[in-house]
Design a protein around this ligand. Structure first.
Ligand code: IVH
Length: 414
């Protein structure tokens, strides 16, 4: 899901004319997102949807005469969160800080040693786990039975998708073994394997049905179906890697906890490793980066977690991320393709943006057909012409970027 909410001008800068334009745009845009949401193919996160709603209210408050008959503010219980019941997680589901290079990984390890006041030669053990590119789910087990399954939502409150999660074979209805806490939230990632995703899209395309941009959108759309019978037909899997609320402690290390999750019946990623120090982490990262394309499912980095749970507790959290874990992200994926044309997109405020129309190319598992060229200066800077072969990159959800031209491949008539 993208977080592509345009930067809005300050309310004080709006005139009646630009405010009216913006309200028209917001009404159309939110209606579009409502429709996408109701088809379980949302393009934006709930938080971004809420940002649009808040902006609409703020503009209307400043220009009450301009409130439109089709204003999203007239719609009670907007599309997001109306479909599934809201559930509060027993313990919030946090996010992770990112590291983008090896220096940041070494800083992370050094920070931990400093915080724990460890002597410089004391080895710190970590678990390095593939960062699965799906969506996280929270599974509450009471007396070993799955009683509630929820999406992450905003981290505190998610959506009750128990019926849908129940259709995933990897999500156990009852825990195996008998050494589980009476009450435990088990957390992990719902994802779609690449081959199954490609097969679904191929069949959907052949039958003229909707296709999905990537396995993650597909997994998210599939998990948020109103009718769980549709979810049941979708190829979804689950990896367990964390836990929330628990009525008693059940492990002393992250590694031991993963073995417990496995013993209770969950798939646990076989590529996770217990290693020491920054060099150990970086070695796992390089291996996973090398093998990434052959895993059969998308990963977007490696998550490093301090192994000892007593150290995790001492390290605690800063804002919404644990001090004891970090996500080491893979660099943006690159590809080359041919620039077939340049369209001019007219923005909400009348601004003009050139958009590159590209020969479709797969970059990091996503088919890219367009990329922003930002403005005329950027076209000049890149010296990009129609017919050129261009290098482009895509990082996560970010709009694909054109990095430059391959000069040797420029046709004479470009
Ligand atoms: S641990 C407090 N482990 O990454 C730590 N997260 O950016 C909680 N993810 O929301 C997360 N693979 O959806 C953890 N092996 C893994 C993961 C993982 C994927 C996702 C998860 C989380 C996001 C954090």
């Amino acid at each position: 899901m993208s977080s592509a909410i345009p930067p809005f001008p300050p309310i004080e800068d709006l005139t009646a004319e630009t405010a009216a334009e913006e309200l028209a745009w917001l009404a159309a845009e939110m209606a579009r997102h409502d429709a996408l949401y109701n088809e379980a193919t949302p393009e934006i996160s709930d938080a971004d949807y809420d940002a649009l709603r808040a902006r609409n209210l703020a503009v209307e408050a400043a220009f009450p005469d301009l409130v439109r008959p089709d204003s999203p503010s007239h719609k009670v219980g907007a599309a997001v969160s109306s479909q599934f019941a809201e559930v509060r997680h027993g313990v919030p589901m946090l996010s992770l800080d990112n590291a983008f290079d090896e220096g940041e990984v070494r800083d992370f390890v050094a920070r931990i040693a400093r915080f724990l006041k460890l002597p410089s030669d004391e080895p710190i053990a970590f678990v390095a786990e593939p960062k699965i590119d799906g969506l996280s789910a929270n599974l509450l087990y009471v007396d070993g039975r799955l009683t509630l399954g929820a999406t992450r939502g905003d981290g505190r409150t998610g959506e009750d998708v128990t019926a849908n999660l129940n259709t995933i074979a990897d999500v156990k209805q009852t825990l195996a073994g008998d050494d589980w806490p009476d009450r435990i939230e088990i957390r992990g990632e719902v994802y779609a394997p690449n081959a199954a995703f490609a097969a679904f899209n191929a069949a959907a395309e052949a039958e003229g049905r909707r296709t999905y941009a990537n396995p993650r959108n597909f997994a998210a759309g599939s998990l948020r179906q109103k009718d769980a019978r549709i979810t049941a037909k979708r190829p979804l899997n689950f990896f367990a890697y964390a836990w929330g609320e628990h009525s008693r402690d059940f492990a002393e290390t992250q590694w031991e906890a993963l073995q417990k999750l496995k013993a209770w019946g969950f798939p646990v990623n076989a590529r996770s490793r217990r290693v020491e120090g920054a060099e150990g982490l970086i070695a796992v990262y390089r291996e996973l980066e090398r093998d990434r394309a052959t895993l059969g499912y998308d990963i977007d980095g490696v998550v490093y977690k301090v192994d000892r749970l007593d150290w995790q507790r001492r390290l605690g959290f800063v804002a919404r991320s644990p001090r004891w874990a970090i996500a080491h992200k893979f660099p943006a994926q690159q590809a080359t393709t041919v620039l077939e044309g340049i369209d001019i997109q007219v923005g909400r405020t009348g601004s003009l943006t050139p958009v590159a129309r590209l020969h479709p190319v797969t970059v990091g598992g996503v088919v890219v057909r367009n990329a922003t060229l930002h403005n005329e200066d950027e076209i000049e800077r890149l010296d990009v012409r129609i017919g050129d072969t261009v290098r482009l990159q895509r990082a996560g959800d970010v709009i694909p970027q054109i990095l430059g031209v391959v000069p040797d491949l420029r046709p004479a008539d470009a």
